[in-house]
Design a protein around this ligand. Structure first.
Ligand SMILES: [Zn+2]
Length: 232
């Protein structure tokens, strides 16, 4: 019971913030052939407005049979990751509620269209350069796990995959033939690297970087922040 009250007051506070924001309305039937196309069209018709999960569920329904299409969550995330749209949620904007979404503008991140893969010859050169081992560097210490090794920290067998050194979100102009732009990373460090970049906003995920940093770096950040805020 108490929990419910708390949730209510929280959503009341949110509603206040929400006052200035407009809610989307479904004004016309969306008859595009795929769930993704229908959701995309609805977002584009409602730039800057709040869209609810209920509305998306409605839009996702098969326009002919009216049948629910359960996969709309997945299509929504594809609009972000594959098509490069910015779609905000509570995680990005505090004034949105759970299950509310917003497309603030129509711009697509260019890398979503031009995401390039490394050429096989380039990858072989990278492997040669790295001695077939992970090139992740943390405070001057290289990971160095080799393909097929067992990962003492993450567990499992190490599999190296190519990583573009500059994240796609920051540099769409990728050369698949230049080994200097690529590095070999083990699975664990691919994940660490991904966590460093918020693929939705394309901005550096500072918190994740600090979390993964060594104790000595954390101490430096701590000292910096204390000085910054004038705490002693
Ligand atoms: Zn590694």
């Amino acid at each position: 019971m108490k929990k419910k009250e708390e949730t209510n007051s929280k959503s009341m506070a949110k509603k206040k913030l929400n006052n200035k924001l407009k809610y989307a309305e479904i004004k016309e039937p969306y008859t595009q052939n795929s769930v993704k196309k229908r959701i995309e069209a609805f977002f584009l018709d409602n730039i800057g407005k709040i869209i609810s999960g209920e509305q998306l569920k409605e839009i996702a329904k098969d326009p002919k049979t009216g049948k629910d299409r359960e996969n709309w969550h997945q299509r929504l995330s594809e609009l972000r990751t594959d098509d490069g749209y910015t779609i905000l949620t509570l995680r990005n904007r505090g004034d949105l509620n759970v299950s509310e979404y917003m497309m603030p503008h129509k711009r697509k991140r260019p890398q979503a269209e031009t995401r390039k893969k490394i050429k096989q010859e380039t990858w072989l050169e990278v492997l040669k350069r790295s001695g077939s081992s992970c090139e992740w560097n943390e405070d001057g210490i290289r990971c160095g796990l080799k393909e097929g090794d067992s990962d003492p920290i993450g567990g499992g067998t190490v599999q190296l995959t190519p990583d573009h050194k500059t994240p796609h979100s920051l540099n769409a102009d990728i050369n698949p033939e230049n080994p200097d732009e690529w590095q070999a990373l083990c699975g664990r460090h691919q994940v660490v690297k991904k966590n460093y970049w918020d693929h939705i906003t394309g901005k550096i995920n500072v918190i994740a970087i600090v979390q993964a940093a060594s104790d000595s770096i954390k101490r430096e950040v701590y000292a910096f922040l204390k000085a910054y805020f004038g705490d002693s």
